[in-house]
Design a protein. Structure first.
Length: 180
C-alpha cells in the first residue's frame, strides 16, 4: 500500500512537471512565431540596424534615410515605411500596474522597528510612441514590454534600455533632418 502511494505521488509530480513545462514551451513557441512573422514582414528592407520582439519589428537604413516599422494588427504583421523626414519624434510611455505605488513610497519610523510596507511599483508596459507626418498613421506604438514586472527587475531594465536606445536614435534622426 505504501509503495503504491509513493509511486502514485511520483507519477503525479512527473505529470504536473510535464504539463507546466509544456505550457512554458507553448508560450515560447508562440512568442518565436510572432517574432518571426514580424521579422519576415520587413525582410526586404535593407537595414543598418534592426530590433524585433513578439510585438514589433523595426529597422533603419542610414544610407537611404529610411525607417521601417511593423506591428501586429488583427493577427497579421503590418509593415510601414517612412523616410527620415517624415518622422516627427518619439516618446517613451510606461504604464504602471494599477494599485502599485512608486518605489520609495514605503514609510519607516526610525524610533520603532515598525516598517509599513506598501506595494512596490510594477510596470506592465513600456512603449515607444513614434510620431509621423502621416494622416493615416500619425503614430505607432512600438511595444518593448508587455507583461507585469517589478521596476527593479532585469526585464524592465532591459526593455527600458532598448526603448531608450531607439528613442535616442529617432531623436538624432529628427535633429539631423531639421538641420538640413
Amino acid at each position: 500500500m505504501e509503495k503504491t502511494l509513493v509511486v502514485s505521488l511520483v507519477v503525479i509530480v512527473l505529470i504536473t512537471y510535464w504539463l507546466l513545462n509544456n505550457r512554458n514551451m507553448k508560450t515560447y513557441t508562440q512568442y518565436m512565431k510572432r517574432k518571426q512573422r514580424l521579422e519576415e514582414s520587413i525582410k526586404d528592407f535593407v537595414a543598418t540596424q534592426t530590433f524585433s520582439n513578439q510585438n514589433v519589428a523595426m529597422a533603419i537604413n542610414q544610407n537611404e534615410e529610411k525607417f521601417c516599422i511593423s506591428t501586429m494588427k488583427n493577427g497579421a504583421p503590418v509593415p510601414l515605411f517612412y523616410e527620415f523626414k517624415d518622422i516627427i519624434g518619439s516618446e517613451i510611455i510606461e504604464e504602471r500596474v494599477p494599485g502599485t505605488k512608486p518605489s520609495g513610497s514605503g514609510q519607516s519610523n526610525r524610533n520603532t522597528t515598525t516598517n509599513i510596507q506598501r506595494a512596490s511599483e510594477k510596470i506592465m508596459k513600456v512603449d515607444l510612441k513614434i510620431n509621423f507626418n502621416d494622416s493615416e498613421n500619425p503614430f505607432v506604438l512600438a511595444n518593448f514590454l508587455f507583461w507585469e514586472v517589478s521596476k527593479n527587475s532585469k526585464e524592465y531594465k532591459n526593455a527600458l534600455e532598448d526603448a531608450t536606445y531607439w528613442h535616442n536614435i529617432i531623436i538624432d534622426l529628427t535633429r539631423k533632418h531639421k538641420k538640413k
